[in-house]
Design a protein around this ligand. Structure first.
Ligand code: DLL
Length: 437
């Protein structure tokens, strides 16, 4: 396969050069961070008074971790390290779980972010001959504008369609010959279901690729989308605190996400002890951003669980690859004492072809005990009025789930297209148990 590189010098940089680049950037970003009230206090306490306090990459470990709570405590301007007049954009998390967190960008920050996103897009084989439909939320969420700018940088024709309104999405695809789309994996599944319902023929579309991210999904979900839509799906990872999309992305080998180590320092730590895990082991991803001046964030605890692949990638890029993010350390469900990640449930059900494209996990109290119910849609070829095959399917799903998560859940089968869908990130878990205070 012939691979293409947006910035070959950096993407294939030998590791020793990459590490000296990181050290130089870490020093610069430490100096920037010392201009914010939050880090001035934190770093001084840790004995780092200026950038000379960082002598090697090992010194990163002297810097305390930063958490989402810390970022909230600095709302709105506590992490801003340049004069307000130099800021040209802000993005913010939705704030549904508390005070929002805000990230500021200078003009140079935006152009650095854009070139990382362009690098991701170009590395999947796209170029200016492509028509790119950006089917994700625009606004404070970073997915819309981040990919929009990256797509333009590559020179593709960008259609800022935003998410939702599938009928209009199909029309745009047909009218302009869309070749690449970007969406959450759950929206891609929804688009595929609607295509079948509305009788949109796959052959009437020129689709070749999709970028899917912003939420966890399994390898089986990727295969399902690829098989149904006859496209290549590339996994895209990022978070607002680290700019947004463009942090880690799959190349054409589709075997893990290259994390751009000239822009970020990635560590994997044990979420309990906060010590580094052994190479290749799973733990919590901790990120330091090296490519932003307006809002420096050092050693950010992402809560995302992943690990590094240790062998080199055939594409020749030297940046390490992350395994698919299976979930967050804080989305683990404890059901009658048993730990379950929603991703384990998705993995089981999405591997079964009779199961449709949407599902919902419900956890509730049943007396003193917890009760887990897995609601899944069935595929459009399955009739809801024929009880025998439905009962057999329900039993099979239950048996597979029990083998995987050691819990015997209730399984409810729902008609194709009947479970709720969300326009942004999918809500896959409804946990109605009262919380201990
Ligand atoms: O979701 C940025 C983004 C936009 C990434 C578009 C990719 C595409 P936040 O809203 O801050 O930012 O959410 C970040 O989403 O910490 C993960 O928990 C989760 N996440 C993002 N991408 C993936 C992925 C954007 N590919 C949070 N796989 C992160 C699994 C993902 N989880």
């Amino acid at each position: 396969m012939k691979y293409q590189y947006w910035n070959e010098q950096f993407e294939k940089m030998p590791r020793p050069d990459l590490e000296s680049w990181q050290l130089q950037r870490l020093r610069a970003v430490t100096a920037t961070a010392l201009r914010t009230p939050f880090y001035r206090e934190r770093l001084t306490k840790a004995g780092i008074r200026n950038e000379a306090g960082i002598k090697s990459l090992e010194d990163l470990r002297r810097i305390p971790f930063t958490t989402k709570q810390d970022l909230r405590s600095g709302f709105p301007y506590g992490f801003l390290s340049i004069p307000r007049e130099e800021v040209v954009r802000l993005h913010a998390s939705s704030g549904t779980t508390g005070t929002p967190t805000t990230i500021y960008f200078s003009r140079d920050d935006l152009s650095r972010w854009t070139s990382f996103v362009a690098r991701c897009i170009y590395g999947t084989g796209c170029d200016k001959t492509d028509v790119f439909q950006n089917m994700i939320t625009y606004g404070l969420f970073t997915g819309g504008l981040g990919f929009h700018a990256g797509g333009e940088e590559v020179g593709m024709l960008v259609i800022p369609s935003g998410s939702g309104n599938t009928a209009r999405q199909f029309r745009l695809m047909q009218d302009f010959g869309t070749t690449v789309v970007h969406a959450t994996p759950s929206f891609l599944l929804h688009v595929e279901s609607r295509m079948r319902e509305e009788g949109v023929r796959r052959e009437s579309l020129a689709l070749k690729r999709a970028f899917a991210g912003a939420e966890p999904y399994s390898e089986d979900t990727r295969r399902r989308i690829e098989g149904l839509l006859h496209i290549d799906v590339y996994n895209s990872y990022g978070l607002s605190e680290m700019n947004g999309p463009g942090v880690a992305f799959e190349c054409q080998c589709k075997n893990g996400l290259h994390i751009w180590e000239d822009g970020y320092i990635a560590e994997i730590v044990d979420p309990q002890t906060l010590e580094p895990v052994a190479d290749g082991e799973t733990g919590e991803l901790v990120l330091t951003i090296l490519c932003r001046e307006a809002t420096p964030i050092l050693r950010y605890r992402t809560r995302d669980l992943t690990g590094f692949y240790t062998e080199p990638c055939p594409c020749g890029r030297t940046h390490r690859r992350l395994r698919r993010i299976t979930g967050r350390s804080d989305d683990m469900l404890i059901i009658n004492g048993v730990n379950v990640f929603p991703s384990q449930i998705e993995e089981v059900i999405m591997a079964m072809k009779e199961v449709g494209n949407n599902y919902l996990i419900v956890v509730e109290k049943d007396g003193a005990l917890d009760r887990l119910t897995v609601k899944t849609e069935v595929g459009p070829e399955i009739f809801m009025d024929d009880a025998r095959p439905l009962n057999a399917l329900r039993d099979r799903i239950r048996a597979h789930l029990q083998a995987s998560i050691s819990i015997n859940p209730r399984v409810e089968l729902h008609e194709h297209g009947s479970l709720p869908i969300s326009e942004g990130k999918a809500v896959r878990v409804k946990d109605t148990r009262p919380r201990d205070l």
